[in-house]
Design a protein around this ligand. Structure first.
Ligand code: FA5
Length: 344
């Protein structure tokens, strides 16, 4: 009998301690199972009461029942505590604070190259040019042949070309926007005064060259058009784009489809003309190629070269964006780093 009483007393203490230590419902059910559930230790004692000597039965039975009652009510109040705690935590998590300011979408804006492209287009629109387009995947005929680059001619090496292999060399990713000159002249009779913006591709990559970049082509064909018209137009374009007083220069050059040909450079904005790695120590950055349309090109589109003359130009949009914003590496435009792009 004294042994059974001290066992009951120990089970009471251990049971109460396990209930108090329970952190959640599953800890609590575990304690119930061990101490006063159907198979628990206290229930075990109650089941054994019948086998005890008569004089002990009553006392042991009463004590064990009392302890079971105590454990049950400790269980009930701990369960209520745990449930209340969980409810409070859940409400804290799910609470909707209607006074918080809303999370609006972060407004995006146009890419600096697209902005520059739109600005170039609007300058030429104001000067009376309309806009034409053409395909990015272009026939060799339009990209080279009709622009007076015969097959195997070394001038083709001026542009590192991506060929579409499955087309047997007949299709290329256009290397410049000049094919749109031919497509336009096939469709229109003079007078022609158009620009053609677009994406172009070359196997080229360094701080001023990108394998995918943008050009805006220009073409004017009419009676009595001269190199002076070309020079006047491009000078005005630079004034409208870079502001007055920005030094520019015309340099003699060569293109198979213009004669004479020139390239236009703008003073390097990174070094102010003293020489740096962006301008390759020259103080100038080339923005475009230009010239008077070669009469042999008119032959490909059925224009009378005795009656008409014309000029054409093709400018690099990324180069112009670099000069406008003082950007020293063309590749920054295509890294898609939002910290860079959000500055413009
Ligand atoms: C041409 O593409 C000629 N079609 C331009 C032309 C048109 C001449 C009409 C005469 C008449 P060029 O290869 O120089 O020329 O390129 C023109 C401009 O594109 C360059 O001045 C430069 O600003 C830009 N450019 C050329 N290659 C790249 C490149 N890989 N990445 C970025 N810009 C480039």
């Amino acid at each position: 009998m004294p042994e059974t009483s001290s066992l009951i007393a120990r089970l009471r203490e251990e049971g109460l301690a396990a209930i108090a230590a329970a952190r959640n419902e599953s800890d609590l059910l575990d304690a119930k199972g061990r101490f006063f559930g159907k198979k628990g230790a206290v229930s075990g004692i109650l089941k054994g009461v019948a086998g005890l000597p008569v004089e002990e039965r009553k006392a042991v039975g009463e004590r064990a029942n009392r302890v079971r009652g105590e454990l049950e009510s400790a269980f009930d109040s701990r369960l209520a505590e745990i449930r209340e705690k969980e409810r409070v935590a859940r409400e804290g998590r799910d609470r909707l604070d209607v006074t918080l300011p809303g999370r609006g979408p972060i407004p995006g804006h146009r890419h600096p190259v697209s902005q520059t492209m739109s600005d170039i287009i609007s300058v030429f629109r104001r000067l009376g040019f309309s806009v034409q387009g053409g395909p990015d995947v272009e026939k060799d005929y339009y990209n080279f042949e009709a622009l007076n680059f015969p097959p195997e001619h070394p001038a083709r090496d001026m542009q590192d070309t991506f060929y579409v292999e499955s087309a047997g060399g007949d299709l290329v990713l256009r290397t410049h926007t000049s094919p749109i000159q031919i497509r336009t002249m096939e469709r229109m009779k003079p007078p022609v005064r158009i620009i053609a913006p677009g994406t172009v591709y070359r196997s080229d990559s360094d701080i001023t060259h990108s394998p995918m970049f943008h050009q805006v082509e220009g073409l004017a064909v009419d009676r009595n058009i001269t190199m002076a018209d070309l020079k006047g137009l491009l000078t005005e374009f630079c004034r409208m784009t870079f502001g007055p007083g920005k030094p520019l220069r015309f340099r003699p050059s060569y293109f198979p489809f213009t004669e004479p040909s020139a390239e236009v450079d703008i003073q390097c904005v990174i070094c102010g003309g003293s020489g740096c790695r962006v301008c390759k120590e020259s103080g100038w950055l080339e923005i475009l190629g230009a010239g008077m349309v070669d009469p042999s090109v008119f032959g490909f589109v059925g224009y009378d070269a005795e009656e008409y003359t014309g000029f054409a130009f093709g400018m690099g949009v990324e180069r112009i964006a670099m000069l406008r914003h003082g950007i020293s590496d063309i590749r920054l435009f295509f890294d898609n780093d939002i910290r860079f792009l959000s500055q413009f």
